[in-house]
Each structure stands twice: as structure tokens, then as C-alpha cells.
Design a protein. Structure first.
Lengths: 233, 251
């Protein structure tokens, strides 16, 4: 993948199994976002292939950006229903599914509010609901909570992990936060500074239930040390 | 409301009082600058004529402005379809910005005759460019992640235009319309000077009759017309954007 004549990703070989929660870590410019965009088919690789099996339709993929990126002229319900609207679903179906998605992120009380009236954390949750509304098999997140304060982020981390467990979808989570990667993921991949090289690919040895108690658990600290070591290498 | 009306009223009242004083004391000759009281008297005395003229100028301005709004947005949408189209046609859109209106006004008379059509055409030529430029810039600056989102769910270019690009461009569209509103009145007045009718005719006739007070009365009404149109756009902008755009949020 070329970006301004600069090789962003080359010679990368990564297999992700269905149902995984994978965190992709790496410094800025390591091609994390490009990888995500290519998986979502928003960018085409100049050479090489990206294969998804089973070869389902692309609406089974959802994408969450670094900021919420809501439509400011639509209320919370209509923002969450947007993907279904673009896919041509009826109003009754979209409203029902959007309501359900918003319920999962705890926003049923804010259906009629507009993005300008929401806090940063609430906006991000609407963004998450918008991604979940199509019941995707694959959820791609590009540093989604980076702009939020730590307490809100902790809260959303737990919520995301619960959603993953309930839904059984595949999650690829791009981040530059070592603690977030270790806390959330089952498997972590560390990318090198020069694109494409995978410096570490590790199944994290942590309990499957992740809550705030885990944040001070020495096992989490151990995993973080390993990830950090691979980044600094 | 009190807070928005009061501050601009203070300089108005002050300037009026100073002008009245200067004219009455003979510092300024009344055939160059009339006393505000004389302007007011001219307004009252010629109210029927002035109201008719104002209505005529308003009709020309509004019609030209409406045309600018509709065609301006349409042209911007067409220009936004591809970079090639933009390169080929945008320079011609700039023509509307740079053409000296007063120089082509006689042409407009030849094409559209003496009457309101020429006034409308003149108002249109004067006011269409800001709508094109601002709408285009708004459409082109759509948030890239949102464009990705629409692509991800298979939205067609047309759906993306109506559900994302145009609504997202609304703040810029209104910026264009605000500039355009004032220009439409100027365009209408210029058109009237060549084609006849409206407030321009009042100014023209009063000038030959040495009725400087009436000239001022007509000019004042023309400015108020521009101000009114501007206010109307502000109101529309507020009603459209109040729920979502930072510039219309009440502090």
C-alpha cells in the first residue's frame, strides 16, 4: 500500500480467526489505520490480497472512527439508524434495530437528543450503536476512545468487551495505548515502525471476564510489559 | 432581543442627532446633506410613491436572490461532481464575481428590455457567485470519515449528496446566502438605474429636482431592504441550524 510514495505496509501476513478480539498496536505511521481501511475495503492494496471467509457481503463489516463522526443534524435515533437507512431498510425495521443497539450502549433515554447536546462519551456510544445496528460479523475500531477522558474510556472498554462476548463477533481494535490493548484483547499484534513487520503476535494470558479489578492485576502488568517491550525493541 | 437591538441603535441615534445639529447650525449646507428631520418629512410626504418604489425594488431583489440561491446551489452541486468539471467550468463562475455590473447592465436591457426582468437579471448576476463559491467549498469539505461510512454501507453518489454532502454544507450555504442577499439589492438598484423603476427612479428624479432629502429617503429605504433580507436569511439559518451547528448555539 502506497501513500504519497511511501510504503506503508509491505510483506505483512496476518491471519485473524472468526470471533477473535484482536488489538493492533504500533507507533504512529506504522500503517495500523491503513490496515483497517483495507480490511473494510475502503482502500485497495496496491499488491497482495485481503481475503475474508466466508465471503459474506460487506455490510457485515462495521467501522468505528477515532471520533464519533455523527451527523449533527440528526438526533441520536436517526444517527444510529443511518446504516440501515443507507441499506434501504424500512423505517419500522431501522427504528426497532436502532433502539435495540442504543439500548445495548445504555442510551435509550437520549433518543431525541442531538449530537451537540451530548458529552464526548455519549457521542462515542452513539457511534458504537451505529456500528452495531447492522449486527456486523466484523467490527473494526480505529483508536475509538483516544479522545475521551480516562474514566469514560475505562467505562467504554468494559462495555465493548461485554458487547463482544454477547455478540460473538470478530473485533479488530487499533490503538496506541498499551494498557487498553492488554485490557481488551485476547490477542495482540505489535507492528513495527517501518510498515508491515509484525514484531509480536501474542495470545494474552488473561481471564476472559475483564472488569476494572483487572486493571491493577499483576497479570495485566506482565502483558503490558511484554507489549511495551516489543514496541520499544 | 433587547441586547441585540440596543447596541446598534446607539450610534444611529447619536449620528442622527449630530447630523441634525450640524445642518441646523449651518456647518453643512442642506443641499449637500439634508437634516435627518427633512429626510423623515420627505418620507412621510412621499410615502405612497416611496412604498410603491420599495415594493418594486423588493420584488426585483427577492426574485434575483431566489434565482441566485437555486441556480447557485445547483451549479455548485454540478461543479462538485468531478475535479475535471470543476477545472473546466469554475473559471466561468468567477466571471459573475469579476464582471463590472454597471458595464453589462445596458446589455441586460438589450436582452431583457425595460422592466423588472432586467432588474431581476442584474440582481442575479450580482449575487450568484457567493452562493456558488460557498456551497462548493461546503460540499467539498465533507468530513472524510463520514464519506467512508457512506461508502461502507453502499450509498450511491446521489444518496451521499442528499443525505450527507448537502446537509453538511448548510452552514457554508447560509454564509453564501448572507453575502448574496446584500449583493442582490445592489444588483437590483443598478438594474433599475438602467431599466427604470423602483427606488432608483425615485433617486434619479429627485436628484434632477434638487430634492436631496428625497434622495436620502430612497437610499435609506434601499439599505433597509438589504438589512431586512439579511435578517431574513439569518432567521432561516437559525431555524435550520439551531439544533446542530456551533455558530447558532445560544451561549
Amino acid at each position: 500500500m502506497f501513500d504519497n510514495q511511501h510504503v506503508v505496509i509491505a510483506g505483512m501476513n496476518l491471519q485473524i480467526d472468526s470471533g477473535e478480539f484482536l488489538a493492533v498496536l504500533g507507533p504512529s505511521g506504522s500503517g495500523k489505520s491503513t490496515l483497517l481501511r483495507m480490511i473494510a475495503r475502503l482502500a485497495e492494496p496496491d499488491s497482495g490480497t485481503i481475503r475474508t471467509e466466508p465471503n459474506g457481503d460487506r455490510f457485515q463489516t462495521a467501522y468505528v472512527f477515532q471520533d464519533a463522526h455523527l451527523l449533527p443534524w440528526r438526533n441520536v435515533l436517526d444517527n444510529a439508524a443511518l446504516p440501515l437507512e443507507l441499506m434501504g431498510k424500512s423505517r419500522i425495521e431501522r427504528n426497532e434495530k436502532a433502539r435495540r443497539a442504543l439500548e445495548q450502549v445504555g442510551l435509550l433515554a437520549a433518543l431525541d437528543r442531538y449530537p451537540a447536546q451530548l458529552s464526548g462519551g455519549m457521542r462515542m456510544r452513539v457511534s458504537l450503536a451505529r456500528a452495531l445496528v447492522t449486527e456486523p460479523r466484523l467490527l473494526l475500531l480505529d483508536e475509538p476512545f483516544a479522545a475521551l477522558d480516562e474514566i469514560t474510556r475505562f467505562h467504554l472498554d468494559v462495555q465493548l468487551r461485554e458487547l463482544w462476548q454477547r455478540r460473538g463477533m470478530t473485533v479488530i481494535f487499533v490503538t496506541h495505548s498499551v494498557s487498553e490493548a492488554a485490557f481488551l484483547a485476547n490477542r495482540a499484534v505489535v507492528m513495527g515502525r517501518s510498515g508491515g513487520a509484525i514484531k509480536l503476535d501474542r495470545i494474552l494470558e488473561l481471564p476472559s471476564i475483564r472488569n476494572n479489578e483487572l486493571r491493577s492485576d499483576p497479570r495485566l502488568g506482565q502483558e503490558m510489559r511484554l507489549l511495551l517491550g516489543a514496541i520499544e525493541e | 432581543m433587547k441586547k441585540t437591538l440596543l447596541p446598534p441603535l446607539i450610534p444611529f441615534v447619536l449620528l442622527t442627532l449630530i447630523a441634525e445639529f450640524l445642518v441646523r447650525q449651518g456647518f453643512v449646507r442642506p443641499y449637500l446633506v439634508p437634516a435627518p428631520s427633512a429626510v423623515l418629512r420627505a418620507m412621510i410626504d412621499s410615502r405612497v410613491e416611496l412604498v410603491h418604489a420599495l415594493l418594486s425594488t423588493s420584488a426585483g431583489s427577492l426574485a434575483g436572490f431566489a434565482m441566485s440561491a437555486l441556480t447557485g446551489i445547483a451549479i455548485a452541486v454540478l461543479l462538485s461532481t468531478s475535479r475535471g468539471v470543476q477545472r473546466a467550468f469554475y473559471p466561468y463562475a468567477i466571471f459573475f464575481q469579476t464582471v463590472p455590473l454597471i458595464a453589462i447592465a445596458p446589455l441586460l436591457v438589450i436582452w431583457f428590455g425595460f422592466g423588472i426582468q432586467t432588474v431581476i437579471a442584474s440582481a442575479f448576476v450580482a449575487s450568484v457567485f457567493p452562493v456558488i463559491a460557498n456551497t462548493l467549498s461546503g460540499i467539498l469539505s465533507t468530513d472524510p470519515p463520514l464519506r467512508d461510512l457512506f461508502r461502507l454501507y453502499g450509498a450511491s453518489p446521489l444518496v451521499t449528496l442528499f443525505k450527507l454532502r448537502l446537509p453538511a454544507a448548510m452552514p457554508q450555504v447560509f454564509t453564501g446566502l448572507r453575502v448574496s442577499a446584500g449583493l442582490a439589492v445592489i444588483g437590483a438598484i443598478v438594474g433599475e438605474f438602467i431599466a427604470g423603476g423602483g427606488l432608483s427612479s425615485v433617486v434619479d428624479i429627485a436628484r434632477t429636482q434638487q430634492r436631496i432629502d428625497k434622495v436620502f429617503a430612497a437610499v435609506l429605504l434601499a439599505s433597509l431592504l438589504g438589512l431586512g433580507l439579511f435578517g431574513l436569511i439569518n432567521l432561516l439559518s437559525y431555524l435550520t441550524l439551531r439544533r446542530w451547528h456551533a455558530s447558532e448555539q445560544t451561549q
